[in-house]
Design a binder for this molecule. Structure first.
Ligand SMILES: Nc1ncnc2c1ncn2[C@@H]1O[C@H](COP(=O)(O)OP(=O)(O)OP(=O)(O)O)[C@@H](O)[C@H]1O
Ligand SMILES: [Mg+2]
Length: 223
């Protein structure tokens, strides 16, 4: 379901409820990107990060291990060295001023997790800072209020070229139940009674005379 986010984009956003896989997705994408593109400079950002325990460092370390890339990455207490002289660092926006944020210029990826906490001021500092060629700003968040800066920016205003998806199950593409019948009138009638409708799948998996049925499980069916 996160597939659209594998393409390059200036802004990538994933929002959704607790435990919907947002952090794991970006953590893994970050490790894979650092491996594929040597020398990548990346920064993992929180609005407030008093200690590294409040950062994405541990998740990223676990992704490096589970992807079997331990020999290519070097773990330090406060940073991770990535293949080809790249680097992943961890920063809290509240520790930065308009001046100190400039140290992040040249970074190719900035990933803000728990981005619902990102203040409008922090977002305004970050956007012009992460401006290296082909740089990307990633945000994962758990929606709280429409007025939250990240929600307003990536959901309400959604800038051109932004890729934003909802990680919650309702929007992961599984919005209907699908079944099929082949030369079985009784069974077909049962599907009709149960509210299923005929449809033509893009890639039919049955026999030439198979009928395909589906029933929406969320709201109204879109077609
Ligand atoms: N790609 C994955 N590989 C392994 N486990 C995963 C993966 N995605 C999700 N999980 C499991 O689902 C749990 C929740 O995922 P994750 O922490 O990424 O959710 P989240 O959307 O960031 O939640 P929160 O809003 O609470 O931060 C993880 O603790 C993990 O057990
Ligand atoms: Mg998370």
């Amino acid at each position: 379901m996160f597939e659209p986010l594998l393409a390059p984009a200036r802004y990538k956003g994933v929002y959704g409820g607790r435990g919907s896989g947002k952090s794991h997705f970006f953590g893994e994408l970050l490790v894979e990107t650092c491996q594929a593109e040597r020398g990548t400079l990346a920064v993992c950002i929180r609005e407030a990060q008093r200690t590294l325990a409040q950062s994405s460092k541990r998740l990223i370390e676990s992704k490096i291990a589970s992807l079997g890339l331990g020999h290519q990455f070097k773990l330090f207490s406060d940073k991770i060295e990535t293949p080809g002289d790249g680097l992943i660092i961890f920063r809290g926006m509240q520790d930065h001023t308009a001046d100190s944020i400039k140290s992040l210029e040249g970074f190719k990826i900035a990933w803000v997790d728990e981005a619902q906490s990102l203040s409008a001021h922090s977002l305004a500092l970050l956007r012009p800072t992460i401006r290296a060629k082909e740089s990307e700003l990633w945000a994962s968040w758990n929606p709280r209020r429409k007025s939250d800066a990240i929600d307003d920016f990536l959901r309400a205003r959604k800038p051109d070229g932004a890729l934003v998806i909802n990680a919650s199950w309702r929007d992961n593409g599984w919005n209907c139940i699908v079944s099929d019948t082949t030369e079985n009138l009784a069974s077909a009638n049962n599907f009709i009674k149960a509210g299923y409708r005929l449809y033509q799948p893009q890639y039919p998996w049955g026999w030439p005379r198979t009928l395909y049925w589906r029933k929406s499980i969320v709201g109204k069916e879109s077609e």
